[in-house]
Design a protein around this ligand. Sequence first.
Ligand SMILES: NC(=O)c1ccc[n+]([C@@H]2O[C@H](COP(=O)([O-])OP(=O)(O)OC[C@H]3O[C@@H](n4cnc5c(N)ncnc54)[C@H](OP(=O)(O)O)[C@@H]3O)[C@@H](O)[C@H]2O)c1
Length: 280
Amino acid sequence: MPTSLKDTTTLHNGVEMPWFGLGVFKVKEGSEVIESVKSAIKNGYKSIDTAAIYQNEEGVGQGIREAGVPREELFITSKVWNSDQGYESTLKAYETSLKKLGLDYLDLYLIHWPGKTKYKETWKALEKLYKDGRVRAIGVSNFKVHHLEDLLKDAEIKPMVNQVEYHPHLSQRELLAFCQKEGIQLEAWSPLKQGQLLNDPVITEVAAKYGKSAAQVILRWDLQNKVVTIPKSIKEQRIIENADIFDFELSLEDMEKIDGLNKDERVGSDPDDMSYGFSE
Ligand SMILES: NC(=O)c1ccc[n+]([C@@H]2O[C@H](COP(=O)([O-])OP(=O)(O)OC[C@H]3O[C@@H](n4cnc5c(N)ncnc54)[C@H](OP(=O)(O)O)[C@@H]3O)[C@@H](O)[C@H]2O)c1
C-alpha cells in the first residue's frame, strides 16, 4: 500500500506513476488553476491531470513553474480531444498541448474518449510519440472492455493506463479485473462523483468510525482497490484533506460495505454514447 503522496505504481513499461494526483476539470484558466496547481504541489502532490478540452493547460504550466519543484519530480497528464482524433491531428494536438503547458514532454498522454471509428489511428500517433521518446507513457480514457479488446487486436504497444469514471456508485469490477489481467493501470476520474457521494450515510458512518472525512474514505477505498485517483478541488484546505489518507486502513468489512453501494450509476457520459466533438 502507498504510504505517501510520493508513492507510485509501476506502469507496464517501468514508468513510475503517483497513486494520487490533482484533477483540474472545470478549473478556470488563469489564477484559479494556477493557484490550485501551486497549492497542490506545495502540499506534496506530484501528479496533475489536465486535458486540452479543459482549456487550462497554460495556467497548469504556469502553476507548475511557480511551484518551483523540478519538472522531473512531477507527473503531468494531458489528453487529446475528440475533434483532434486521427493520426496527423493527434501529433499536432500533442505539440499544441506541450506548447500551452510550456513543457518539453508529458509523463502521460491519453485518448480522452474512444468515439467509434478513429481511436486506432489516434493510438498509432500515440505509439509514434512514445517510440520517438516524446512522452513517457501513453494510455486511454473512457475505454470499456470492448474498446480495449478491439484496440489490443492491432496495438503495437499496450496502453499503460485507462482513466475512467470510478467511484462507489460505479465500481467497474469487470473493467478493473480486465485491466489488471492485461497490466493496464486503472485510474479514477470523478472519484468523489463530483461531490455527490459525500453525504452518503454508509460512507459518512464509515468515515466517523475512522475519524476521517467522507472524501478521505472514498479516496482511500480507491487506493486499497489499486486504482490511481485524482480528486479535484480549488480549495487549499480540501487539497490537503484529500491527500491525508495514508494514516489509516479500511478493514475488509468496510471495503465490502462501500463495494455494496455500487449501482452502475454515472455522473458523466456513457463512453458508448459520447459523440460530442467527433465528426464521424
Ligand atoms: N477522462 C475524463 O473523461 C474525465 C472526466 C471527468 C474528470 N476527469 C478528471 O478527474 C478529475 C476529478 O474528477 P471531477 O473533477 O469530475 O470530480 P471529483 O474529483 O469527483 O469532485 C470534485 C468536486 O468535489 C468537491 N470536493 C473536492 N474535495 C472535496 C472535499 N474534501 N470535501 C467536499 N467537497 C470536495 C470539489 O469542489 P471544490 O473544488 O469547490 O473543492 C468539486 O466540486 C477531474 O478534475 C479531471 O482531471 C477526467
